[in-house]
Design a binder for this molecule. Structure first.
Ligand SMILES: Cc1ncc(COP(=O)(O)O)c(C=O)c1O
Length: 367
């Protein structure tokens, strides 16, 4: 029996090793190790890929969110509407600027923020909405933007899991006022270390993020604002520049993998990830849902198939957020998702035989 990993970054590296090694060696020989030409080139290429005017590279998706919120003028006494079914970084960034996270439940269809529940949460303190394109599927951006416009709110898209995902033909991250991406290694576009980027068409926002990421300096040792060291490493810029060229191919392969899973799993009738009409899902995560997912995970494990949960505890029930006044039952759809979701192996280098094996085990378990 051969093990099927949840994620395999090594095989992908070896498939592009020569190009990556050369790009990294060029950086090593250039003596420019933070920001610099490799990062600038990647910023230009990513902005073009996204169809936005500006892309400002930073050192993680978390710092991209933090800088985006600061650029949007969100601070103490402000409220930011987002989801609880996300990785904690989305919410932590809101806390970093001293604002209060306000949670809206997710839709059953897309597992993203439910636009019909947003307006009831808006108060005079609300400054921004952060929709998260969970697992690689776009949130329903049109109604979100309409609400934001009516209430003069900034929309910051958390596209950390959704490089290349589309909503009505537009790439996510370029639909709201600001987009935020992570390049953590396991992401659909992953660095060989940490990385993130902020995308926008707004020159003021882009310039402010540029200041925030490098100590507030336009000129060396002249610090205009209180800022941070959120600079991207040059090596990551070079790696991402190489990998960006392959992203579309890898995304299409992920989508084919998802189709193979869905076709097989539908025979067993287990609920699974569904692509919403008009959205291009990029399957950062492929899910199945079952009230007894713990037992399903154990059955897979017995067959040496690794799986994951994204995420087993929604943020409103995590310890740092217990003071906000939410409790079990506050966000029923998010909580059910947290109880029932299981992530199956999903990465471009997965083989058809491996997907077949995983599907057989899941279908056999469902019976
Ligand atoms: C939805 C979401 N937001 C933000 C982040 C934070 O990104 P990073 O790990 O690069 O700081 C992640 C990464 O895991 C994420 O999945």
């Amino acid at each position: 029996m051969t093990m099927i990993p949840f994620l395999d970054l090594k095989t992908q590296y070896f498939s592009i090793k020569d190009e990556i090694d050369q790009a990294v060696l060029e950086v090593l020989g250039s003596s420019k190790y933070a920001l610099g030409p490799a990062v600038e080139k990647f910023e230009e290429e990513f902005a073009e890929f996204q169809g936005v005017k500006y892309a400002v590279a930073v050192n993680s998706g978390t710092s991209a969110l933090h800088a985006s919120l600061l650029a949007a003028g969100v601070g103490e006494d402000c409220e930011v509407i987002t989801v609880s079914m996300t990785f904690i970084a989305t919410v932590a960034a809101i806390s970093y600027v001293g604002a209060r996270p306000v949670f809206v439940d997710i839709e059953e269809s897309s597992f993203n923020i439910d636009p019909s529940k947003i307006e009831a949460q808006i108060t005079p303190r609300t400054k921004a909405i952060i929709p998260v394109h969970l697992h690689g599927q776009a949130a329903d951006m049109d109604p979100i933007l309409e609400i934001a416009e009516r209430h003069n709110l900034t929309v910051i898209e958390d596209a950390a899991q959704a490089h290349g995902a589309e909503y009505n033909g537009k790439r996510v991250g370029g639909i709201g006022h600001i987009g935020s991406f992570s390049f953590y290694p396991g992401k659909n576009l992953g660095a060989y270390g940490e990385g993130g980027i902020v995308t926008t068409n707004n020159a003021d926002h882009a310039n402010y993020v540029r200041l925030l990421r490098d100590w507030g300096q336009k000129k060396k040792y002249h610090h205009d604002i209180l800022a941070y060291n959120y600079r991207m490493d040059s090596i990551q810029g070079a790696v991402l520049g190489v990998k960006l060229k392959y992203l579309e191919d890898w995304t299409e392969i992920r989508r084919n993998h998802a189709l193979q899973y869905s076709t097989a799993l539908d025979k067993a009738g287990i609920s699974r990830s569904v692509e919403v009409l008009g959205c291009r899902h990029v399957y950062h995560v492929y899910s199945v849902f079952h009230p007894n997912r713990q037992q399903l995970q154990k059955t897979l494990q017995d067959e040496e198939i690794h799986s994951g949960m994204h995420y087993p505890i929604p943020v409103h029930l995590q310890k740092p957020y217990q003071g906000l006044g939410y409790s079990a039952g506050s966000l029923p759809v998010s909580e059910k998702f947290a109880r029932e979701q299981l992530s199956l192996p999903m990465f471009p280098e997965l083989t058809k035989a491996q997907i077949g094996k995983v599907s057989d085990v899941v279908c056999g378990w469902v019976g």
